[in-house]
Write a protein that binds this ligand. Structure first.
Ligand code: SF4
Ligand code: SF4
Length: 642
């Protein structure tokens, strides 16, 4: 029984339950399959529309964005224009759930349908939420809707993108609000509902966008915030004022007055609480063409869609649009970032270097760090990244740069210590190998896990080349080159991480490059494995050598690769003192740090105190300053060596 009337609507219920079935499958598989990571937002068109906007404004897509969401957003747009809000009606799990809540409210006779001024004013909330969501998504390239989306919060178990208090408030409003007020979330809060209704007022939407682009074409530097704000405000005004779309959607419920008995059963069945029995055509903006009214009308062909007996059409259109979205998503890939810094002429004549299979390029953040790496390469004028296929395109000036140099710059060499040689060890053997399918740094982890599982292997280093030249350091009493090669050519790797066992497929090709094995001492091994750090700042180069002193002190943590990223924090911290000019790490009889400073301007004790501060003052690229815990400890003071 729905609101006092039993509605069959088999097609609609099949699609709604099908959606819950798919979600249940994802949750159960997530529980039982440790290698499966579900993306509960993969089909959400709202995320796609936000990301598409972010792409138009910033030339970048949000991290977790997929073509699937984008094309779902595009088919949602087409669907709203032609048919109405089919996603809300047939797919959206929140819409289905809130209908159940409304039935509960109706059963206990507490459900009301808001009309008049309260109904009109409350509709503004979803436009405010839409603007805030689009604003934060576009400025951060992260999907802001994930922070509060009740569906996403529940299905991910309040995953790391979810802001607890926002999500709890949204869940509370959705559940409690929908028991007492008909479709509270859908009518008043859902930003996807707002954007769908904006599409229904497509003439206004197109007009504002056309004006925006026209003004930009005339050279006016108008921020994208203006059209976003104007469309949100006008969307609210038009919806509250008219409660109807403007021309769209094309498909509407029509009533044949001559055969209608005015029984008003259709009004009772409508989940949105619309008046059907008193109008010729249901033009209300809340109608999402669910067809429940068509199902319950006792007089044949009295209620129709555009005066035609095509009640199957909305469900069929939903399935067809989803199929089209899936097809487009599987055939077209949009760039995650598209950054060009060369001038017009450079870009017109640029050559393109393409590299696929780079799993380390997997989101907006890694795309940006890839772009900044390429930007340092003279001759590169732009990059595009495609995170779904892990492909990059580098636009470059072929008179200044060769493809091999770009490939070399993409490659990240590695030095990894797997275990430290004991004091009893006299020497380590060095095996030189060429490793196929290790070009991408993403696979370094698997490579190191395979070697770490071998007793007697102490570490490895890689340098640029194809196949990648690698040196494997091992104890010849415990293993040998044939065993190492066999271990690296396993096709499956099982490893534990944070108490969880994971199995992945691996496909390294290991070639032994030389049968003769070099021998090195543990001390040489430590030196070979040490990755020095060196950064100058505060105008280091403008000082003459005799104006600079060097303070050196032991720094055991300089050999810890996990702390390498924190060097930039330490450098940012010490650079706040204008007399400090450069920070360097090196290996002598152990890891050391050197701080270069203006001679006579600062005492060694002050430098030591600066390095030892429990909190580091960090200056971020956006101009903000923050405090981070200092992870570095310096066991003893150093001395001036120059
Ligand atoms: S008017 Fe009919 S099709 Fe529209 S929402 Fe109400 S029941 Fe569904
Ligand atoms: S259910 Fe059919 S017959 Fe009854 S009022 Fe509605 S349109 Fe008319």
């Amino acid at each position: 029984m729905a609101y006092g009337i039993k509605v069959k609507n088999v097609l609609r219920k099949t699609l709604q339950w099908g959606t819950f079935g798919l979600l249940a499958y994802m949750v159960v598989r997530w529980w039982v399959d440790p290698n499966y990571l579900p993306d509960f937002e993969a089909f959400c068109p709202f995320g796609g529309l936000q990301a598409f906007n972010s792409f138009l404004v910033n030339n970048s897509l949000a991290c977790t964005m997929t073509e699937m969401q984008i094309f779902m957003g595009v088919v949602l747009f087409v669907g709203v224009l032609l048919f109405s809000k089919l996603f809300c009606s047939f797919i959206c799990p929140i819409g289905t759930f809130t209908e159940w809540m409304a039935k509960l409210g109706a059963k206990f006779k507490v459900l009301i349908t808001l009309k008049g001024l309260p109904d009109k004013l409350l509709r503004g909330l979803k436009y405010a939420l839409l603007f805030v969501t689009v604003y934060f998504t576009t400025t951060s390239s992260e999907l802001f809707c994930k922070e509060y989306d009740p569906f996403y919060a529940i299905f991910t178990g309040f995953g790391h993108d979810v802001y607890l208090w926002y999500a709890l408030a949204a869940i509370l409003l959705t559940v409690v609000g929908s028991i007492f007020i008909r479709q509270f979330w859908c009518k008043y809060l859902c930003p996807l509902g707002a954007i769908s209704n904006i599409f229904s007022n497509g003439v206004m939407f197109a007009g504002v966008l056309a004006l925006f682009f026209l003004l930009r074409w005339f050279g006016l530097e108008i921020s994208w915030l203006w059209p976003a704000g104007v469309i949100s405000v006008l969307g609210f005004v038009l919806e509250s004022w008219r409660l109807e779309g403007w021309i769209f959607p094309v498909s509407k419920i029509t009533r044949n007055e001559s055969s209608c008995t005015n029984c008003a059963i259709c009004d009772l069945a409508c989940p949105m609480g619309l008046d059907i029995a008193t109008v010729d055509t249901v033009k209300h903006i809340d109608c999402h063409l669910c067809g429940d009214c068509l199902e319950v009308c006792p007089v044949e062909d009295t209620l129709q869609i555009n005066k035609k007996n095509i009640r199957w059409m909305p469900a069929a259109a939903t399935v067809a649009l989803i199929a089209i979205g899936l097809f487009l998503a599987s055939t077209i890939e949009l760039p995650t970032i598209n950054m060009k810094w060369g001038n017009e002429q450079q870009l017109e004549t640029a050559s393109v270097f393409s590299q696929s299979g780079l799993k380390s390029v997997k989101c907006y953040g890694s795309s940006m760090s890839f772009a900044s790496k390429m930007r340092r390469l003279k001759g590169v004028v732009g990059v595009e990244t495609f995170v779904q296929s892990h492909t990059v395109k580098v636009f470059y000036d072929s008179s200044k740069l060769k493809p091999a140099s770009i490939q070399k710059a993409i490659f990240t060499p590695s030095r990894t210590i797997l275990r430290r040689p004991g004091k009893e060890m006299v020497s380590l053997s060095v095996l030189k190998m060429g490793i196929g399918n290790l070009f991408d740094s993403y696979y370094n982890f698997y490579f190191s896990r395979l070697l770490a599982q071998m007793k007697g292997v102490y570490g490895f280093s890689t340098t640029f080349g194809e196949p990648v030249p690698a040196k494997i350091y091992f104890d010849a009493d415990k293993t040998n080159p044939a065993e190492i090669k066999a271990a690296l050519e396993q096709r499956e790797l099982t490893y534990s991480s944070r108490g969880k066992e994971t199995t992945v497929e691996v496909d390294f090709e290991a070639h032994i490059l030389s049968d003769s094995l070099a021998q090195i001492s543990p001390q040489e091994f430590a030196v070979n494995m040490f990755a020095p750090f060196n950064q100058a700042f505060n105008g280091y180069k403008k000082y003459m050598p005799d104006e600079i002193s060097v303070y050196e002190l032991p720094m055991p943590q300089a050999a810890n690769p996990k702390l390498r990223r924190s060097f930039s924090y330490l450098v940012s911290h010490i650079s706040t003192d204008d007399n400090l000019l450069r920070f360097q790490t090196l290996y002598k009889d152990g890891p050391y740090a050197r701080v270069f400073f203006v001679k006579g301007k600062i005492s060694p004790d002050s430098i030591y105190a600066t390095l030892q501060k429990p909190m580091l003052t960090v200056h971020y690229s956006n101009g903000k300053t923050g405090q981070v815990k200092n992870p570095f400890k310096f066991p003893r003071k150093g001395k001036i060596i120059q």
